[in-house]
Design a protein around this ligand. Structure first.
Ligand SMILES: [Mg+2]
Length: 123
């Protein structure tokens, strides 16, 4: 059985490290993207089982990335979990409208993040 793959797209190195640490027990293969453009490129080149997508990123924001992905038949069904902050509650609505599967509010509890990702992987 091949390992599940997760793409972490966040421009903040520390967040990417925290996410990686939280997900380590799942034994998934993890790739990273440092901005929206890279997130889109990587998600298209090698669609992950789950994409963790930050909202506020340079070049393309998380909403733009999500909307591009949903428009392409090859990536329309990709599992996408938005990473948002408590201050961006209205952003959540937009993410849901654009078709994200779930969301995690930063700062997150490692266990809660892991459970959300596990749920998405199991669907
Ligand atoms: Mg950000």
């Amino acid at each position: 059985m091949t390992a599940k793959t997760i793409l972490i797209a966040d421009d903040n190195l520390q967040i990417r490290m925290l996410v990686k640490a939280a997900l380590r027990p799942l034994g998934c293969e993890v790739a990273e993207a440092v901005d929206g453009e890279q997130a889109l490129e990587k998600a298209i080149a090698q669609p992950p089982d789950v994409l963790l997508l930050d909202v506020t990123m340079p070049k393309l924001d998380g909403f733009e990335v999500l909307s591009f992905l949903r428009k392409r038949p090859e990536t329309a069904g990709l599992k996408v979990i938005m990473l948002t902050t408590a201050a961006q509650k209205t952003d959540l609505k937009r993410g849901v409208e654009l078709g994200c599967d779930d969301y995690v509010v930063k700062p997150f509890e490692p266990r809660a993040l892991r459970e959300t990702v596990e749920r998405a992987l199991g669907e």
